[in-house]
Design a protein around this ligand. Structure first.
Ligand code: PAF
Length: 281
């Protein structure tokens, strides 16, 4: 069944009201399109757990700190709709800028604390943009459950926090990162990698795995981090923004994995910013 493509909030509200009148539950998968197997795994989870699944596709200008990055972000709407057919998504909601930010729009949702470090420290305003659009998507779709990939681990924590703080009647569900066979975390941005950069890209994950193994066997944090950075740089990455071991819940910096922790990294390869994270526990 081809999912219904909806472009206006008015139409979305009508469809959702019809479902709710029948007592059906709604799951939402917020995306910016360029769908890959990671997104599709979220849609499968939504279909398994809810009566109806909405996939939203909106390349949110407010979460890009760099206009060029926004312009270059992959746009593959027709292919995205095709990928959703076999998964039986009920609706693909593709609002335009005017639907989401009509003239006079003046509200920002801003989560403090966990947004200050990692991507928040390197992408000014990014998480305000994410928090604002996600709050709107939650209220527009009236979903009971929302599905996010653990690949964007800090984003998952931010969205979980805002849903709790604003008493939104929605459960935020984190789903495992889906990887290519060579270990590279699936991401829409992988489409922007040159063929050569694509062959080097998995080194980020491999270096992180090596560092995590070292930490778990009691190795010294500073020397393991230095070795991982060397390996990532040797693979052709030009800048490593962060490679941090942090607590899994509050994202506080630690040096030993003696409680649930994550190793998180962001680095640039051939002009493309890649992020990844793994559990270390
Ligand atoms: O992860 C993304 O694709 C985006 O940050 C999201 C959650 C769809 C908000 O625009």
């Amino acid at each position: 069944m081809t999912p219904t493509i909806i472009r206006t909030l008015k139409e979305l509200r009508e469809v959702v009201a019809g479902w709710k009148a029948k007592g059906e539950t709604v799951g939402v998968v917020p995306t910016m399109g360029a769908l890959h197997q990671g997104h599709l795994s979220l849609v499968r989870a939504a279909k398994d757990e809810c009566d109806r699944a909405i996939v939203t596709i909106f390349i949110n200008p407010k979460q890009f700190n760099n206009p060029e990055d926004y312009e270059n972000y992959p746009r593959t709407e027709e292919e995205d709709a095709r990928k959703l057919v076999s998964l039986k998504a009920d609706v693909v909601y593709v609002p335009d800028g005017e639907q989401m930010y009509p003239s006079g729009f003046a509200t920002t949702v801003s989560v403090k604390g966990i947004t200050q470090s990692l991507c928040g420290a390197h992408r000014s305003g990014h998480f305000d943009g994410v928090a604002t659009i996600v709050t709107k998507l939650f209220t527009q779709t009236q979903a009971k459950k929302a599905y996010f990939g653990e690949k964007d681990y800090q984003q998952l924590q931010v969205v979980t926090r805002l849903a709790l703080d604003l008493d939104l009647p929605i459960e935020v569900i984190g789903c495992p990162t889906i990887r290519e066979e060579d270990g590279l975390a699936m991401s829409s941005r992988n489409l922007l990698l040159s063929d050569r950069a694509r062959t080097w890209a998995p080194e980020l994950h491999r270096a992180m795995e090596e560092m995590a193994e070292g930490l778990l066997s009691g190795g010294d944090h500073a020397s393991l981090k230095a070795a991982a950075i060397k390996r990532i740089e040797r693979a052709g990455f030009s800048e490593i923004e962060y490679l941090d071991l942090r607590t899994a819940d509050k994202l506080e910096l630690v040096e030993k994995p003696d409680k649930p922790t994550r190793l998180l990294a962001a680095a640039w390869l051939g002009g493309v910013r890649l992020i990844d994270n793994i559990a270390v526990q």
